[in-house]
Design a binder for this molecule. Structure first.
Ligand code: AMP
Length: 417
């Protein structure tokens, strides 16, 4: 299918051509016609599926047509997203897809001076992309009014919940007109999120692509059993192999991110860290350097890395496994984007066995273990011996079908570890 078939207007088709997009991704094929019909939408999609364009393109088209018919002035579309990085990226997408529409947008988020944001809003914008805290702040100060909103996007709703934004979102929704088109996106649908969706959507069309539990097939995943004290040596060993063009390394803590960055730098490889203790400018510079391939390695915490969108990211490395299994899927989704190949490597020490088990459960298949490295945790090799068929790379394919049964040993309910 081509973008022409979606009845898009010329200024947008021209912009997509300039971006090098030849055909819509599945979520775009499904969502764009529905949004153009001005229906509410419930989208179940993870990052990396082309979700941003799926809502940005029809918003731009609807507002472009309204503008040409002397539609209302003021902010007409609001996109709420959980993190600053994601907000900036969505802003960049609107710049790219809307470059020939003459529609104006701006991005507001906390952690930086509000002055330039306020003056951008004063000069008049059609589309506002915002994180909840700063938006509420600017509304309360009287700089932003949402009474003209006709299109509202709630992006990454499940993350909003994780980050404690649900009440802020409810307050923001209360400030918008009741009559509007709402697009609701979430990678997972925990009960609180489906309740919120039920409350704010009217007879929504539902679209779903690649459910979060089925990790993108193009991503090659593997796990290394390694003692905590050997993780640094294993990381440097892997980074010194020359098949890693660019890697995003996840750590659980900000302190950990700084420490690992230092270790990598000491080994002569240029790396930068990105986390909540860094200033917004430092985070943005690190991200820009990584995107422009000036930095080969970016070390990040989950919140800072949320939604990071880097073309051709070859590797994601989980230096520590996340406690929440969905986070694993979000992390590895940074690579293998838009159909490109990617590799996700995870380090697992003794204490992280349970996290790994949860991940296996969620993705319904075991992750192949790589034993062929100098830091393999010997204690596990003997422990795994009897259950090896479930984990060795050559058996992965046939075992991935049997899902949960892989966790049983001799017919018992005991876990593999
Ligand atoms: P998203 O899921 O919105 O974060 O998008 C993931 C990546 O896919 C971004 O780098 C987009 O620029 C890219 N992308 C989105 N739509 C298309 C498309 N139709 N063709 C090629 N790349 C796309």
């Amino acid at each position: 299918m081509s973008f022409q078939k979606l009845n898009l207007i010329e200024p947008i088709l021209k912009a997509l051509e300039k971006e090098g997009y030849t055909q819509p991704t599945p979520i775009q094929q499904q969502a764009i016609p529905v949004v153009l019909e001005k229906k509410d939408l419930l989208g179940c999609a993870q990052t990396g599926t082309g979700k941003t364009a799926a809502f940005a393109i029809p918003i731009l088209q609807i507002l472009f047509n309204e503008k040409n018919n002397n539609g209302p002035k003021g902010i007409k579309a609001l996109i709420l997203t959980p993190t600053r990085e994601l907000a900036v990226q969505i802003g960049e997408s609107f710049s790219a897809y809307g470059r020939f529409t003459r529609l104006r947008h701006t991005v507001v988020f906390g952690g930086v001076s509000q002055r330039p944001q306020v003056s951008a809003i004063r000069s008049g914008v059609d589309i506002l992309i915002a994180t909840p805290g700063r938006l509420l702040d600017l509304i309360q100060q009287g700089f932003i009014h949402l009474n003209q909103i006709s299109m509202f996007v709630l992006d990454e709703a499940d993350r909003m919940l994780d980050m404690g934004f649900i009440n802020d979102i409810k307050k923001i929704i209360a400030k918008m007109p009741l009559k509007k088109q709402t697009l609701f996106f979430s990678a997972t649908m925990p009960p609180e999120i489906s309740k919120l969706a039920e409350n704010i959507l009217i007879d929504p069309a539902q679209v779903a692509v690649t459910p979060v539990a089925s990790t993108v097939d193009m991503i090659s995943q593997s796990v290394y059993f390694v003692d905590q004290s050997n993780k640094k040596s294993l990381l440097l060993h892997l980074l010194n192999q020359n098949n890693i063009d660019s890697a995003l390394i996840f750590t659980r803590t900000k302190h950990g991110a700084d420490r690992i960055t230092k270790d990598i730098m000491n080994a002569g490889i240029y790396a930068e860290a990105i986390h909540g203790n860094k200033s917004q400018n430092a985070r943005q510079n690190a991200l820009n350097n990584f995107k422009a391939k000036r930095t080969k390695i970016l070390v990040a915490t989950d919140i800072a890395a949320r939604g990071i969108d880097v073309d051709d990211l070859s590797h994601v490395i989980n230096y520590e496994l996340p406690e929440v299994p969905e986070t694993y899927v979000h992390r590895i989704g940074r690579t293998g984007r838009a159909g490109l190949k990617g590799t996700a490597l995870s380090f697992c020490n003794r204490e992280e066995r349970d996290s790994l088990r949860q991940i296996h459960k969620l993705i319904a298949k075991p992750i192949p273990v790589i034993e062929d490295h100098p830091f393999h945790m010997k204690i596990y090799s003997s422990e795994l011996e009897t259950r090896k068929p479930y984990f060795s790379r050559s058996n992965t394919r046939q075992n991935s079908r049997s899902g949960k049964n892989n966790y049983r040993r001799n017919g018992s309910q005991t876990s593999v570890y």
